[in-house]
Design a protein around this ligand. Structure first.
Ligand SMILES: NC(=O)c1ccc[n+]([C@@H]2O[C@H](COP(=O)([O-])OP(=O)(O)OC[C@H]3O[C@@H](n4cnc5c(N)ncnc54)[C@H](O)[C@@H]3O)[C@@H](O)[C@H]2O)c1
Length: 261
């Protein structure tokens, strides 16, 4: 069993928010991390520099995973920088809100491509080596919107429900090879992704940003506090540890009770 050794860990969308917190958490625990996201080469270099104090290797790729070819490129960049990943964290995601009857076609395709299809393409790329090594962890950062719906999020909910379904299939297909696949389903997390939604409430209701944030979170979560990205990171790390060896095919809410209603 390899669960307590250093792993090569690919975290998509790790230039910001939850992905960045996950990358720091895994690097701090001694793993090699592949950073990834939409950033210039200079920004990529600066990001790697910020990880230079950790013991493990670090790499960066700016492959656009909205395209299948970008996913293939990211897998290749990762192998070159840190070796074959035994941990894949599909985290990159985008959001756009509008009622279904007004939802723009390009936004629909973009959200499905980044939030769902990239997770499939990357899993398909990386699973053969994980299977050969008889150990692997796939962690999909889904959302509470992989479990329940909200208005104005047709593409996001479709993608995240799809990601939860994909997670279950990967868990079943790879249990024979010591590989687990799980989805983490956060409610509101303090990151740049939710900022436009906060600003839109502030604008529409002419209230300050803090009141708008409290309103956004409180409207859905009985426990009306946004989760810190570090909490999601610690759960991802736990899922790679020795106590989590039989957790597979799960969709784990971290949502202040949102999905319990
Ligand atoms: N913030 C929340 O409240 C929340 C709640 C539930 C789920 N999530 C999910 O968590 C994940 C991370 O969200 P976040 O809030 O940290 O977002 P974020 O906006 O802070 O970061 C998104 C990351 O994805 C990358 N990215 C976006 N499009 C890309 C593309 N085409 N190719 C390559 N990289 C791309 C960005 O560069 C960035 O690194 C997403 O899947 C999101 O749906 C977030």
């Amino acid at each position: 069993m390899q669960q307590d050794s250093s792993h090569a860990v690919l975290i998509t969308g790790s230039t910001s928010g939850i992905g960045l917190a996950i990358a720091h958490c895994f690097a701090r625990a001694g793993h090699h991390v592949m950073l990834h996201g939409l950033a210039t080469p200079e920004e990529g270099r600066a990001l790697c520099e910020a990880f230079s104090g950790y013991a493990g290797k670090v790499g960066f790729s700016s492959a656009n995973i909205a395209e299948e070819q970008g996913c293939v490129q990211l897998a290749a960049d990762t192998r070159e920088a840190i070796g074959n990943p035994s941990v894949l964290i599909n985290n990159a995601g985008i959001q756009f809100t509008a009622p279904a009857h007004e939802f723009p076609t390009d936004k629909w395709h973009q959200i499905l491509a980044i939030n769902l299809s990239a997770g499939f393409f990357l899993s398909r790329e990386l699973l053969p080596a994980m299977r050969a090594g008889n150990w692997g962890r796939i962690i999909n950062i889904a959302s509470v919107h992989g479990l329940v719906a909200s208005e104005n999020k047709a593409a996001y909910c479709a993608a995240k429900h799809g990601l939860v379904g994909l997670t279950k299939v990967l868990a079943l297909e790879n249990a024979d090879a010591g590989i687990t696949a799980n989805a983490i389903c956060p409610g509101w997390v303090e990151t740049p992704l939710i900022q436009p939604q906060i600003e839109s409430i502030a604008r529409e209701q002419q209230i300050d940003i803090e009141s708008a944030r409290a309103q956004l979170v409180g409207a859905k979560q009985p426990l009306a506090r946004a989760t810190g990205p570090e909490a999601i990171a610690e759960l991802a790390l736990y899922l790679c540890g020795s106590f989590a060896g039989t957790i597979t095919g799960a969709a784990l809410p971290v949502d202040g009770g949102w999905s319990a209603q």
